[in-house]
Design a binder for this molecule. Structure first.
Ligand SMILES: C[S@@+](CC[C@H](N)C(=O)[O-])C[C@H]1O[C@@H](n2cnc3c(N)ncnc32)[C@H](O)[C@@H]1O
Length: 266
C-alpha cells in the first residue's frame, strides 16, 4: 500500500529496496512509528496493532479522520476535486475550518495540489505554499476504505516522540525516522532543520531509543550519514549505509548518489 500524502523526507524509497532491513513480522509484536509523516514504512509493512504519532497536529488529524470517518472525507474531497482551480486553491489556503473533518479534507487537498507536496507554515502557523501543477485531487489509486481498515488497529496521536517510544516493550518494533540534523552544520538546509529538530533533540532521541532497546524492543533508526550521527549511536546497534539516488535539481546533470544511515538495533 502507498502513502496517501507526499511528505518531505518520506521513506517510500526505503520500501522499494531489494534488501529487507525490517525485522521478521513473526518475531515482532506491536508496531511503533513516532515520526509518522507520510508513513511509507507503515503502509509497506501493514502491521496490526501499535502506536502511530507525529508532532504535527494537522497531519495526525488527517490520519484519525481517515480511520474514523473516511466516507464523509471522500465526499468532501470529491467536491474539492470538482472545484479545484487557482482561485479555489488560494481560497482554501486562507481557510481555517473548525470541524476536524473539514480540517482533514483541507489538509489532504492542499498536500495534493500545492507545489511539490511541501508542508510549510509561516510564523503564525498559516500554510503558505503556492499552488502546484497537479489538476486532480483524487486518483483511481485512492482506496480510503483500505487505509481506514489498516489504521483501525492503531492508536494514533499527536505528541512528542518520547511519549510513544516510552510505551514500547519487549518484542515491539519501533521505526524511527526523525528530521535529519547533524551536530556540525554544513549547509543551509541542515541549519533550517535545526529549528525543527535540534541536536539536543537528537541526543534526547538516542537516550529514549537506548531505554527501549534495554526493554527488549527492536528499533530501526534512519538518519543522515554523518560522523556526528555515527558517534552519537556508537555502541547502539549496527550501522548500515544505504545508497540512494538524489534529484537535487530538475536536470539530470545535478543528479547524483548519496547515502543515508540505518541503525539496526536487534
Ligand atoms: C522525516 S519525517 C518522517 C517521514 C516518514 N517516515 C515518511 O515516510 O513520510 C519526520 C517527521 O517528524 C515529525 N517531528 C518533528 N519533530 C518531532 C517531535 N519532536 N516528535 C514527534 N515528531 C516530530 C515531523 O512533523 C515529520 O513529519
Amino acid at each position: 500500500m502507498e502513502p496517501f500524502l507526499k511528505w518531505a523526507g518520506g521513506k517510500r524509497w526505503l520500501t522499494t529496496r531489494p534488501i529487507d532491513i525490517f525485522p521478521d513480522h513473526v518475531e515482532t509484536k506491536r508496531y511503533f512509528e513516532p515520526f509518522l509523516g507520510g508513513a511509507a514504512v507503515f503502509f509497506h509493512l501493514q502491521p496490526t496493532g501499535g502506536y502511530l504519532s507525529d508532532l504535527n497536529v494537522d497531519l495526525i488529524n488527517a490520519y484519525t479522520t481517515i480511520r474514523d470517518n473516511w466516507e464523509d472525507l471522500v465526499d468532501v474531497l470529491f467536491k474539492y476535486d470538482k472545484k479545484h482551480s487557482v482561485d479555489f486553491y488560494y481560497e482554501m489556503r486562507e481557510k481555517k475550518p473548525r470541524v476536524s473533518l473539514l480540517q482533514a479534507a483541507r489538509f489532504i487537498y492542499l498536500n495534493r495540489t500545492c507545489w511539490n507536496g511541501l508542508y510549510r507554515v509561516n510564523k503564525n502557523g498559516q500554510f503558505n505554499v503556492p499552488i502546484g501543477t497537479k489538476t486532480k485531487v483524487l486518483s483511481t489509486e485512492d482506496n480510503f476504505q483500505e487505509l481506514s481498515l489498516l489504521l483501525n488497529t492503531m492508536s494514533i496521536e499527536s505528541c512528542d516522540f518520547q511519549n510513544t517510544i516510552d510505551k514500547a516493550r519487549s518484542g515491539d518494533f519501533v521505526f524511527i525516522d526523525p528530521p535529519y540534523t547533524v551536530k556540525h552544520n554544513l549547509n543551509g538546509f541542515v541549519k533550517y532543520n535545526e529549528k525543527i529538530f535540534s541536536w539536543q533533540d537528537q541526543i534526547r532521541l538516542k537516550d529514549s531509543v537506548s531505554k527501549a532497546i534495554k526493554r527488549g524492543a527492536f528499533v530501526l533508526i534512519l538518519n543522515a550519514n554523518h560522523i556526528s550521527i555515527k558517534e552519537l549511536y556508537k555502541g547502539v546497534g549496527k550501522t548500515i549505509e544505504l545508497e540512494r539516488a538524489s534529484v537535487i535539481a530538475g536536470n539530470s546533470s545535478a543528479r547524483g548518489r548519496y547515502t543515508e544511515l540505518a541503525i539496526k538495533c536487534w
